[in-house]
Design a protein around this ligand. Structure first.
Ligand code: FES
Ligand code: FES
Length: 152
């Protein structure tokens, strides 16, 4: 076991983890943050996307020990003081979700992308989200939601 210390959604967390434990299972099972979903476990779908030090990462392809000392944001940490993040609000208003399974990963990928490119074209949005799959094929409204968030 290895002891890790990191910040998750603004709170310092320390835990003993197995060196082979994936970050996504640390978040879901150790910390109970089940908004981060597992769709494939093989780095294909993006439903496990979280922010690590502001950058989107697929938490099924990282070990928990690799996040040691870092700052992780999951979907549970985006809303502040009861107000949705602008990207969450835009997904709500533009109906950027159907079953919602992919939504946390989509939202966090969009947050990271918009931080780098605040005024993206539609093509740039589609390219940025190509690592996030939606089985409901709701891409059109997801792209609209990101455009809406970019306009805020
Ligand atoms: S569960 Fe991580 S990419 Fe699919
Ligand atoms: S809304 Fe269902 S998988 Fe995307």
């Amino acid at each position: 076991m290895r002891r890790i210390a990191l910040t998750v959604n603004g709170a310092r967390r320390e835990a003993e983890v197995e060196p082979r434990q994936l970050l996504v299972y640390f978040l879901r099972e150790t910390l109970g943050l089940t908004g981060t979903n597992v769709g494939c476990d093989t780095s294909s779908c993006g439903s496990c996307t979280v922010l690590l030090d502001g950058e989107s990462v697929k938490s099924c392809t990282m070990l928990a020990v690799q996040a040691d000392g870092g700052e992780v944001t999951t979907i549970e940490g985006l809303a502040q003081n009861g107000s949705l993040h602008a990207v969450q609000q835009a997904f709500h208003e533009a109906h950027g979700l159907q079953c919602g399974y992919c939504t946390p990963g989509m939202v966090l990928a969009a947050v990271s992308f918009l931080a780098e490119n605040p005024s993206p074209s539609e093509d740039e949005i589609r390219l940025a989200l190509e690592g996030n799959l939606c089985r409901c094929t709701g891409y059109h409204n997801i792209v609209k939601a990101v455009q809406m968030a970019a306009a805020v």
